[in-house]
Design a binder for this molecule. Structure first.
Ligand code: FAD
Length: 274
């Protein structure tokens, strides 16, 4: 039986809170292994992630897992967040470098995700299971694919337990990445990150920024449907479910869904997986 996890972003308005609550109630039916909450670097947004993790753990009785990024933060701020998450009962974290919001110049005390993983291990030993990010189609700022793989290995060697990938629509990129890092000696699970397609133009914008490639033929098929939203939704769910089936058949034990706080696109994929 494959395991699932779902990723949410922390809501900031009452309307977004209601939407997330509705989504969580629906997706709870799939008994997720954990539900994670993204983290935005900088100022006032910092408190939204802990609040949402608390809500998921205490109100929904789910294994709420925070993302934590080091860019823009001081050691002391990260230390405080780690203590807060420990007090909330969290035993798992997604540790990232993060990206600075445009216009924010503060770099932070820790430079890379590997520094953050090392810091968490120094401060809390083995208390947290640490997930890190992986990029089957290369990190967008990396200019050398082999060096990027070495940096990934350094992150695992610093003490990460497993990795979740950036989303992709080309399963071969995932299989190649796993082969490459196994050759470097990484034995930890590499969980595919799955993006159910809900809005194609939004997806194109995201994908340009994060370096995920949308195969040309998928773009052409989507365009061919024009404004026919129902056909686009059906095609999107069929394509993503087909890729998930291929990954599961190849033996991946777990899938991590980027839900964008919407239940329907993820449910459409899961229902096709039976
Ligand atoms: P790193 O592993 O530190 O790598 C970043 C870049 O630096 C890479 O190009 C790498 O090759 C390079 N590098 C690493 N080590 C070195 C070194 N020693 N010397 C020189 N170069 C080096 N972002 C958020 O802001 N909030 C979130 O909640 C969030 N959640 C995410 C969840 C997942 C599963 C994934 C895959 C990504 C997520 N991101 C999130 C995006 C992520 O923060 C960005 O992709 C960011 O640009 C890189 O983060 P990282 O942890 O992968 O960085």
């Amino acid at each position: 039986m494959p395991k699932f996890s779902f990723e949410f972003y922390p809501p900031k308005t009452d309307e977004q809170r209601t939407q997330l609550d509705r989504t969580v109630r629906k997706l709870k039916a799939y008994s997720p292994e954990f539900v994670s909450v993204t983290f935005g670097a900088g100022g006032s947004t910092l408190s939204y992630t802990p609040e949402t993790v608390r809500e998921l753990r205490q109100k929904h009785k789910l294994n709420g897992v925070p993302h934590l990024s080091c860019m823009g933060g001081t050691r002391e701020e990260i230390r405080e967040l780690l203590s807060l998450y420990k007090a909330l009962g969290c035993t798992r974290l997604v540790a990232l470098r993060g990206d600075l919001p445009s216009g924010m110049a503060r770099m932070g005390d820790l430079r890379y995700a590997s520094d953050l993983v090392r810091f968490i291990r120094e401060e809390h030993g083995d208390h947290f299971r640490i997930e890190v990010g992986a990029y089957p189609e290369m990190h967008p700022q990396a200019d050398d694919a082999l060096v990027d793989l070495q940096h990934f290995k350094a992150k695992m060697d610093a003490g990460a337990d497993s990795a979740i990938t950036q989303y992709f629509f080309n399963a071969d990129a995932y299989f190649r990445f796993v082969d490459d890092v196994r050759k470097l000696g990484v034995t930890a699970p590499i969980v595919p990150g799955i993006m159910p397609i809900s809005n194609f133009s939004q997806l194109k914008r995201f994908s340009d920024a994060c370096g995920a490639e949308i195969p040309r033929w998928i773009g052409k098929r989507m365009q061919a449907y024009g404004d026919d939203a129902d056909s686009i939704r059906e095609l999107a769910a069929d394509l993503v479910a087909g890729m998930c089936r291929r990954l599961l058949d190849a033996g991946v034990p777990e899938l991590h869904f980027y839900t964008l706080n919407l239940a329907r696109p993820t449910e459409a994929v899961l229902s096709r997986l039976g």
